[in-house]
Design a protein around this ligand. Sequence first.
Ligand SMILES: Nc1ncnc2c1ncn2[C@@H]1O[C@H](COP(=O)(O)OP(=O)(O)OP(=O)(O)O)[C@@H](O)[C@H]1O
Length: 625
Amino acid sequence: MSRRDFAEAAGTQMPLLRIIRTVGRPNLPYFLLGIVGTTVGTFASYADIYLIGLAIDAIFNQQAFSVPLLSESLLPESQMGLLFQTVIFLIAFKAADIIATMCGRFGFNVFAQRVLHDLRVETFDTAQRLGIEFFDTNESGDVMNVLNDDINKLEEFLTFSIRHTIWIVASLSASMIFMLELNVQLAFVVLVASPLFAGINYWFSQELEKRQDIVRAKAGSLNAQLKTSLSGIYQIKSSNAEAFETERVEQASDDHLQARWDDRRIYARQRPLMRLLSGAWLLLILVIGFYWIVVEPPMFFEGTLTAGQLIPFLIYMQRLTKPMQDFGWILEKYKEAKASAKRILGISRGDEYTPTQAEFDPSIPITQGSVEWNNVQFRYPGSSEQALTDISMSVDAGETIGIVGTTGAGKSTLTKLLLKFYVPDSGRIRVDGHDLDDIAPATLRSAVGYVSQDPYLFDRSIRENITYSYPEATDEEIKAAAKTAGIHDFVGRLPDGYHTNVGEHGEKLSGGQKQRIAIARAILQDPPLMILDEATSHVDNETESFIQRNLEELTANRTTFIIAHRISTVRTADRIFVLKDGMIREKGDHTDLLAQEGVYTDLWNIQVGDVQSVTEDSRSIDSQL
Ligand SMILES: Nc1ncnc2c1ncn2[C@@H]1O[C@H](COP(=O)(O)OP(=O)(O)OP(=O)(O)O)[C@@H](O)[C@H]1O
């Protein structure tokens, strides 16, 4: 799945409704308050014109001031009384308008903010639980775009657009009801035109939807490009690649601009067209009404029409224009929000990446650390190359295993399968005799300490980085782990000691210092299994032998996998496995392997500088190391 397919992963026809129904469910009372408040407020704000019309006819044409739902016996007879009553009604409706609208805004705002909060946290939580495969194919900049930009779009929709939609529906309904009450025949003429307006709006909305999805995808690519370019700033500068990167950003920005422009062009045509049509329709009714009052009912119209009816009618018609025009704009907002909601759901409800929790038995513990690979085959998703072929190896609890091999031989892949970052295509992996399929990822990962070649340090203090897997650690425990990892003395020389901030990705530290902090982190975790994947590749020989001496004591009580290019790092291991092209070629301890005079011996000869002794078959290894 490519990174632009979040929307497709959602697999839902009504993403917004799905969000409102699921994440919004606990806050639905606020949503209902928003709907009721906005509807009542809108109707109250539309009643004034109708009342003024009645007052005009009652005061100037001596007609009855008959208010629907109000008994005539309650109405005053004098003109001053009628005027006073009109004022009272107008004040009452205005008060109802203000209070109800306030409640409506409050309801929608509370609803939106709570939904967005829950959705943001839930989406982030789900995103980081997705399989590594997801992050192999999706750039983190694109995921961040969903968490920021798409959630903001949804905020705009939930706080403003939904309220505006209710206002549009209520305004159109109120206008139509009052127009029907004022003059059914004229109202019918207005109604006849509505399918035309609706049809035009529908056509525009379809066109906008197509373009919105493209705009969102282009925004995602742009964001990902910006992040990629900025993250590699050292490489960019050292390669003098500023202009090249600017060009790539410019290209991504240009694509976004084109998509946005395409979308704006459609939108720019919609408004003037709607204004033109509604203006023409208003003029038609004005001419009919004037002729009707001044001369006689024209064409098929019949009965009487007063000024107190025509003036409010025209005002209601005018008031129809704004919601009708806004309807197109709100449809655009709806399409935008729908595209964002699809992308959010693509992550937060991307079922294909969510592990099926039901199949794990949470009670299976890992205490010993024995591991068994049985005929394991693996190819990375989307890759044509076999990464591991027929891997079988059985490791007893407490053993220290060295894994060596050329670049790309599959050493890291072996441990990635053990950590359940990927699932083998065939074969079985067992830990403490339990099949990995049955062990919950959380149980497995808390039992395995993992130090990679490029350990990730968070932009937090050294202390927080060391205690990442064990936040309750005491100062003594932290110091002991740091001493074993050979970093304590360095930290002691820093003005803020363990509270020193390491910067983004640990940029204030050297590669070796980062590795030692990561080793301290793994030591503190005290797991039954430890994976050191080129964990000392950045440290100098002296520090490495220091760590080695300490690790000897540390590895005594756990199963340890040491992946290394340097044979010196693994030569003391109980057993060493030599990998080449995804297969185990040799195994044994250092002395056995040297006696075999195979790949291991060649690797050894290359590293001790005895290139002459390298067998012809393995000369290519030299170039791969
Ligand atoms: N995420 C991935 N997607 C596709 N192919 C991958 C991925 N990660 C690794 N590979 C491929 O799988 C093969 C084994 O890679 P692996 O990282 O296990 O090698 P390695 O022995 O650890 O190499 P090195 O010593 O350079 O770290 C390589 O051919 C590599 O290109």
